[in-house]
Design a protein around this ligand. Structure first.
Ligand SMILES: [Zn+2]
Length: 398
């Protein structure tokens, strides 16, 4: 049986925020927490030693990418992700569904992985996508790596996630496009709920299984999905899918869903802007995952705290490329205690960036990851000390 457990240590008085602790066989995760994303068994540019030095409590890896390369079977032989990566902390894996739909369909239409072609839209337009075909059984898709054809269903996703050996896994679901209409979203939701039952039946009992609330931006579907997932014996509950067309929509969706959930841990898939962290914690989310901090770092976009000029207007970040940093002796963020800020100037880091020196990726990523993990630690402290609203005002001004 899974050694998984979750305890709410304190509920915030002024919001739905809660301080909690997830317990796993590989250690505990203090929540709320932004889970660093190790898409291909690596938090890009960082070693597992870097992650440990940053105090990362856990990581989230992508089933789709790892199943295609190097293969889940291989990772199993190394004792799962923790052994393969040399990172002896708890892992989450996603179900692989999201990438199978979005990357498969994107490839089919010749757009990149951030493209806007989704199965729901193709179906709505009366066309079936060529390379990511959703059926009642699962999804047939082409690998983004070599174009080979694959089929993934709920039972297969559970097998792959068992081989990857994460502590917390996700039920297989269909993530619909924000462009999908009500009828398509409803049918997709019914499929997702059937696949949830298969996931419950077939998952490795040593792993904690999160059910996923879908339903797009339709209130009755979101509420029905929240009620369904809550009624089943999942270990945790994830909120997935298109969260509407704007941040306001996302907050509204959380207002529909979260009050219907019980004390099980709640994960919000794929969200992690600085303002989102505050707002979603206050809506009652315990864990998030997001590639934004690491992706931005590699592009020279670095986080800045309010003490150093970070604000909602600049999204708490700046682009280091700017000529005004050419001779800047300050660290990235003078208020930051990360190893990069303790050692290097903006001028030096800007030089590395413009010279395409590989070290830049690591040093910048260390700062951005430290920044968000430190912010989550402050948020937890604020909940403990009944000062979350004050911390939010300090950062967001509202
Ligand atoms: Zn720093």
């Amino acid at each position: 049986m899974s050694e998984f457990g979750f305890r709410v240590l304190k509920n915030d008085r002024a919001s739905r925020a809660r301080l909690g602790r997830i317990r796993t066989a590989r250690g505990a995760i203090d929540t709320p927490y932004l889970v660093p994303v190790a898409t291909c068994a690596s938090v890009r540019a960082l070693s597992s030693e870097d992650l440990l030095a940053l105090g990362a409590q856990c990581a989230l890896a992508n089933t789709y990418h790892l199943a295609l390369r190097p293969g889940a079977e291989l990772i199993r032989k190394f004792g799962g992700l923790a052994g393969f990566m040399g990172f002896p902390r708890p892992f989450f894996t996603d179900s692989g569904g999201f990438q199978a739909f979005s990357l498969g369909a994107g490839k089919a239409h010749g757009v990149n992985k951030l493209g806007t072609i989704f199965p729901g839209r193709a179906e709505a337009a009366g066309k079936s996508p060529v390379l990511a075909e959703v059926t009642e059984e699962g999804v047939r898709f082409r690998s983004v790596y070599d174009g080979s054809e694959h089929f993934l269903d709920a039972a297969g996703s559970m097998r792959l996630q068992s081989d990857l050996g994460a502590d917390m896994i996700m039920a297989f679901d269909e993530c619909t496009s924000p462009l999908a209409d009500y009828e398509y979203t409803k049918r997709a939701l019914e499929r997702t709920h059937r696949w949830a039952e298969v996931s419950l039946r077939d998952h490795d009992p040593r792993q904690a299984l999160y059910g996923i609330v879908q339903g797009g931006w339709f209130r009755d579907l979101r509420e029905a999905s929240a009620d369904f997932v809550s009624s089943r014996p999942f270990d945790g509950i994830a909120i997935g899918g298109s969260l509407g067309k704007s941040k306001d929509d996302m907050h509204e969706i959380l207002d529909w869903v979260v009050p219907r959930l019980d004390r099980r841990p709640r994960h919000l898939l794929g969200i992690g802007g600085i303002d989102d962290l505050f707002l979603c914690v206050e809506k009652g989310i315990d864990t998030f995952d997001c590639v934004t901090p690491t992706r931005q770092a590699r592009r020279g976009i670095l986080y800045l705290s309010p003490a150093s000029g970070g604000a909602p207007a600049n999204n708490f970040r700046f682009q280091l490329r700017g000529a005004r940093f050419k001779t800047d002796e300050l660290p990235i963020d003078p208020a930051c205690a990360c190893s990069t800020c303790r050692t290097y100037s903006r001028a030096y880091l800007r030089h590395l960036f413009l010279a395409h020196e590989l070290t830049f990726f690591r040093l910048a990523t260390i700062h951005n990851v430290h920044f968000v993990l430190d912010l989550m630690a402050r948020i937890r402290r604020a909940i403990r000390e009944d000062s979350l609203a004050a911390l939010r005002r300090e950062w967001l001004g509202t």
